[in-house]
Design a protein. Structure first.
Lengths: 187, 102
């Protein structure tokens, strides 16, 4: 059995937490709780990214994935209505116990983060093979410029589709009325 | 060269991908299927970043950013469709969508 370095220990621990949280996501019964585990899973993967020498990607993972995309999920779940949410009728202690799991995993990840930032030996090892945001940006706006343009088209399509699909049915009615009056006017 | 071997990173990525795939196949609730899709996209991101750090190229992170964009667009459209579905069927069961009748 070979001895793992602290960096490897940190990585495998974060990977294990990511896998555990992902399993909890797909086996969850309550959608909000599954979402909490999904946030924790993404945070654990962000720690993995940092330890792989990609701090920029780790930051993006936390800000965009855990910060923006999952907030979208929360908004949507709130729009579905809490009528079928079983936590409304659950006693307070039970809801505390449900919060405990994600909190514990997040706490372990926080301790890992503090340890990695604090330990100078680890930092030395990490900075030797880091890929920083400058390299990524140069590549993104050089050879990959066309891909960035296409990605912006994709986002525009997502924006329009989101607006169109989420519109209530009643909003089309005034369009139909206008069309019918036009047809009548022409006739 | 990264301190963590590439094979282990790829094993992590495939485990996460399989978890997400099982979630998509097994769950009937469309919201859970979307969340499992997120897990799968995230696993692909892990594979890209791991490969990028193994070869010391920034291309992996560029691909990760593109995957991030894709995930954002996919979630926006998917959740909007889910809202429509909740409004029409009062449920998120995927089996209700077996009849596509306009």
């Amino acid at each position: 059995m070979m001895i793992l370095s602290p960096l490897e220990w940190m990585f495998y621990l974060a990977a294990l937490l990511a896998v555990v949280a992902s399993v909890k996501v797909i086996t969850g019964k309550n959608s909000v709780h599954s979402l909490l585990y999904l946030v924790v899973s993404l945070l654990a993967v962000a720690v993995c990214f940092y330890l792989m020498g990609a701090p920029f990607a780790a930051g993006l993972e936390v800000i965009v994935y855990a910060g923006a995309i999952l907030v979208l999920f929360v908004f949507a779940i709130m729009m579905f209505g809490l009528g079928q949410d079983e936590t409304l009728h659950a006693p307070k202690i039970a809801s505390m116990r449900i919060w405990l799991g994600p909190c514990c995993i997040a706490l372990v990840l926080l301790v890992q983060l503090l340890y990695v930032i604090d330990s100078s030996a680890l930092q030395e090892k990490l900075t030797s093979n880091i890929i920083d945001a400058k390299q990524v940006g140069t590549l993104l706006y050089g050879p990959y410029l066309l891909a960035v343009e296409i990605a912006s088209f994709l986002l525009l399509a997502g924006l329009i589709a989101g607006y169109h699909f989420a519109k209530p049915d009643g909003q089309y009615e005034h369009l139909n009325i206008q069309q019918s009056t036009n047809e009548k006017g022409e006739l | 060269m990264s301190a963590i071997p590439l094979s282990h990173i790829l094993i992590l990525a495939s485990i996460l991908f399989i978890i997400g795939f099982v979630g998509v196949i097994v769950r009937k609730n469309t919201l859970y299927m979307l969340m499992s899709l997120e897990v799968m996209l995230n696993a692909v991101g892990v594979a890209f970043i791991g490969a990028g750090s193994a070869w010391q190229q920034a291309d992996g992170q560029v691909m990760f950013i593109l995957i991030l964009t894709l995930a954002a667009a996919e979630v926006a459209v998917g959740l909007a469709l889910l809202i429509q579905m909740q409004r029409k069927f009062k449920s998120l069961d995927i089996d209700l969508l077996s009849k596509l009748r306009g």
